[in-house]
Design a protein around this ligand. Sequence first.
Ligand SMILES: C[S@@+](CC[C@H](N)C(=O)[O-])C[C@H]1O[C@@H](n2cnc3c(N)ncnc32)[C@H](O)[C@@H]1O
Length: 245
Amino acid sequence: MSPDLYADAEFYDQLHDGYRDDLGFYRGLAEDFGGPVLELGAGSGRVTLALALAGFEVVAVEPAAAMQARGAARLATAGVADRAMWLDADARTLALERRFPLVIAPFHMLMHLATLDDQDAALSAARAHVAPGGAFATDVYVPRFGPVGVVRVEPAWAGLDGDLSTWQVVDPVAQTVVTEHRLDRTRADGTVHRRSATLRQRFFHRFELERALRAAGFGRVRTFGGFDRGPVTEGASTWAYLAQP
Ligand SMILES: C[S@@+](CC[C@H](N)C(=O)[O-])C[C@H]1O[C@@H](n2cnc3c(N)ncnc32)[C@H](O)[C@@H]1O
């Protein structure tokens, strides 16, 4: 298998910088609940920047050094470095001596928690950092997978400097999915340069995550069928959760 995607933050950004679908959702919640915002798994600052540009202070928790470095640089380039504080910490063991009107774990962050203990620890920590009247928000993708065990060409991933393909292994019993991304560039001499990285996730089912949020102390959990805060429908590709104590 190729290296972990979060060790190659530049590749992560190549793949995901253009993803904007969730920005309005998280910015809108920051407007509703107020800042500062605690972001768990802030990565390379895609959502962090959107919040900072909207005027919110963000405490950005990110354990992968390469991702955090790119995130800090991204905000510095945009002139809003002073709106974010970056913490090399783990969502499962986070214990800050402050609470936040809004805690978020965007872009499938919870799918990196491989065991029930990990999930419970992170959700309890999230709950512990929500201020009275505040909320926790997150999103996961609906686990519908394309053909597995074959190389899939990904033409929809437009704007990349090369040809992207993915190779996916889904274990429906363990509820895990391993995705290898491969970006191939053909050089002038006819040889192909390949950049590849692996993403490991554990997927959720809708009510499983609702139940986990309740167990962590969130008494009011709303699940949306997308980032427009609409109802869950059969065709939804994302479940976005808003949980309040
Ligand atoms: C899919 S990325 C999302 C990054 C960013 N929020 C975005 O929207 O582009 C998930 C991030 O969660 C981080 N992560 C994984 N496990 C974590 C943990 N236990 N605690 C905090 N962050 C974690 C990863 O390093 C990665 O940067």
